[in-house]
Ligand binder design. Structure first.
Ligand code: VIB
Length: 221
């Protein structure tokens, strides 16, 4: 089994619990309240800024054009395309996306951002891929399963969100996993263990992020 197949297998339980989380099931049923959607979008906008920064740091650590292009393309996706998913949630919540930008991170989002940026600042290119790949991978898995199980039509309130994440044909995720396998093959067992830990921790933080939005998490003080 390849390194990335093993990672995906090890993350299956986290993925299953995340899919069953009431925020994700609320997307499926179309019954999240405006406050939960607004909380999610505020935090996700701030989170995606950190994702762009982490990948920018990966470019700074890259020694070849192929890796630079891989990171560049996914930065461009976040900058120019991912806003459409947020626009969908804002439309349902009845708010303007521009009004949800520039807010401080709540504890769970802060934790996830710090985890990614620490990996980006102190780690290798392989570490950065491992820490940032659960972000598109978990959404791809959830989105595809939502498409399979509820097969939404355009009248579903979260049709755009589900189709954006559940219907990605860019091949970017497979490309990242293939590169991770190459880098894993060239390094030590200790480095592979660190990559595995970064990946699984980010998977758990994807769960926390949905939970943060669902519970309207704020700093206690
Ligand atoms: C907390 C959180 N995790 C994952 C995503 C999804 N996502 C972020 S960047 C990207 C594509 C480029 O990698 C995708 C699919 C999100 N929006 N928010």
């Amino acid at each position: 089994m390849s390194f990335s197949e093993q990672l995906k297998q090890d993350a299956q339980e986290i993925l299953e619990v995340t899919y069953q989380h009431p925020f994700v099931q609320g997307i499926a049923r179309g019954d999240l309240c405006a406050e939960q959607l607004i909380h999610y979008v505020k935090q996700d906008h701030a989170y995606l800024n950190a994702m762009i920064q982490a990948r920018g740091m990966a470019i700074a650590k890259s020694d070849n054009r192929e890796d630079m292009e891989m990171f560049h393309k996914s930065i461009a996706y976040v900058l120019y395309d991912e806003g459409r998913a947020h626009e969908n949630l804002c439309r349902v919540a009845g708010v303007d996306y521009a009004d949800l930008q520039g807010f401080p991170l709540t504890p769970s989002a802060h934790h996830y951002v710090s985890h990614m940026l620490a990996a980006a600042a102190t780690g290798t290119v392989a570490d950065i891929i491992a820490a940032t790949l659960p972000c598109p991978w978990v959404y791809d898995e959830i989105g595809r399963r939502l498409v399979r199980e509820i097969n939404p039509d355009p009248s579903h309130p979260f049709y755009d969100w589900i189709m954006i994440y559940g219907n990605d044909t860019s091949g970017a995720i497979d490309r990242y996993f293939a590169r991770l396998d190459q880098l894993a093959a060239e390094t030590s067992e200790a480095a592979r263990e660190r990559m595995r830990d970064l990946f699984l921790t980010s998977c758990k933080m994807e769960y926390n992020f949905f939970d943060m939005a669902y519970r309207l998490e704020e700093w206690p003080v």
